[in-house]
Design a protein around this ligand. Structure first.
Ligand code: HSE
Length: 414
């Protein structure tokens, strides 16, 4: 290839970041890609005052980008339905696709990859998970000869930013506002704080490493909105901190897919990763446990992931696409059948609640506990792992006690 002709669809934060980064590091990128790199056209519904694209063609209808003579369409419009239509239209025309859009891949990945394989077109998506921190090509290439039994980590930069600020005493709402101002949070931040963004990302990683479908079934998702600063205080007293963890793991014939807050040991690798950073722990058979960490959100980090795909595309054998994913025979396990240790925070109206009554509820369900009372109003219990279906039974029994005003539970990741 003498020239890689690029069309960009979308002209927001990520797209302008890509434009600026390509120009900033052009020499180096072209040397790595072994070709000239040219942005031919941009699909922008409106101008962006933060970036002047100079002489590049502008199309107001993003689908018109595909009528230009381009090798690759970089999809940066976000969302699901229109993005799917645009990606499929590009594939149909034999145009390669690079996307940072985790939501469209989570919901329509199997359809997109099978159409791309049929048309011999590449669909590359490094920036869709952890932005520029390398993970997709690492799983597909460098780790391809390993059996992966577990991938777990903080995959939403906004949640990790909020939780680590709260760990240091900040308030949830103030920190979310900063994440929005810095461009970490999604336009609709409920995707970040309610766990769906992390679920999209672990769903994509699981499809590569464990062969689960896209969209996956039986995915348990919970966000961070119920965590408060007292939880950090109690967790710390017990040797834990709180993270939002996304997990894909394989045991015998079943796969776990889940994204929810967890207590993890303060000594663990993931506990030490603070701020907007993403961190992943990968358990493999050939090289043991591997850690990857880096910036998982923001304009420049995402641009780095997109540029790595442009370079990869330019150096790959364009006549044979590599988008086919592994298909798994294993079933995804429903959350009710999983086993977890739990943190219970039981809030009572007075300090004189009978601890024996509380202990008997756990005892009746054969759950071993360690009970702590750090102040008058709160009892904090850490349990041994038990089957998830019992959790609701125990919470209901506790809530039925007169003096109890609230019960909060968080799973523990041992
Ligand atoms: N909102 C996402 C995050 C951006 O906070 O991780 C990167 O996908």
């Amino acid at each position: 290839m003498n020239e890689l002709k690029i069309g960009i669809c979308g002209w927001g934060n990520v797209a302008t970041g890509l434009y600026k980064s390509i120009h900033k590091n052009k020499k180096q990128i072209e040397a790595a890609a072994n070709t000239k790199i040219d942005i031919i056209v941009i699909g922008a519904r409106r101008d962006n005052p933060k970036c002047d694209p100079k002489e590049v063609n502008i199309e107001r209808d993003i689908f018109d980008v595909l009528n230009h003579d381009i090798d690759v369409m970089v999809e940066l419009i976000g969302g699901v339905d229109v993005a799917r239509e645009l990606i499929l239209a590009a594939i149909e025309k034999g145009i390669h696709v690079i996307t940072a859009n985790k939501a469209v891949l989570y919901h329509h990945g199997d359809e997109i990859f099978s159409k791309a394989a049929a048309k011999n077109v590449h669909v590359l998506f490094e920036a869709s998970v952890c932005a520029g921190t390398p993970i997709i090509k690492m799983l597909k290439e460098e780790l391809a000869g390993n059996r992966i039994s577990k991938i777990s980590g903080m995959l939403n930069g906004t949640s990790n930013f909020i939780l680590s600020q709260m760990e240091d005493g900040a308030e949830f709402d103030t920190t979310l506002k900063i994440a929005q101002e810095e461009g970490y949070a999604e336009p609709n931040p409920s995707f970040d704080i309610e766990g769906m963004d992390a679920a999209h990302k672990i769903g994509i990683l699981s499809s590569i490493a464990l062969g689960t479908p896209l969209p996956p079934k039986d995915f348990y998702v919970e966000g961070i909105t119920d965590i408060d600063s007292k939880d950090f205080e109690y967790a710390k007293n017990l040797g834990f901190t709180i993270k939002h963890l996304a997990v894909a793991s394989l045991s015998e014939k079943s796969i776990q897919l889940r994204a929810h807050p967890v207590l993890i040991s303060l000594d663990s690798y993931l506990a030490g990763l603070k701020g907007v950073r993403n961190g992943i722990e990968i358990e493999t058979d050939l090289i043991g446990t591997l850690h990857v960490a880096g910036s998982g959100a923001g304009q420049e980090s995402t641009a780095s992931g997109l540029i790595s795909d442009l370079i990869h595309l330019s150096n790959s054998d364009i006549s044979s696409s590599s988008t086919a994913l592994l298909a798994s025979e294993a079933n995804i396990q429903p959350i009710k059948k999983m086993r977890f240790g739990y943190y219970f925070r039981i809030e009572s109206t007075s300090g004189d609640i009978d601890l024996k009554v509380i202990e008997s509820i756990f005892d009746d369900n054969q759950i071993s506990i360690n009970l702590n009372k750090f102040d008058d109003a709160n009892i904090v219990i850490v349990t041994e792992p038990f089957i998830e279906s019992l959790q609701e039974i125990v919470v209901t029994a506790l809530n039925n006690l007169d003096a109890i005003v609230g019960v909060k539970t968080i799973r523990i990741e041992f």
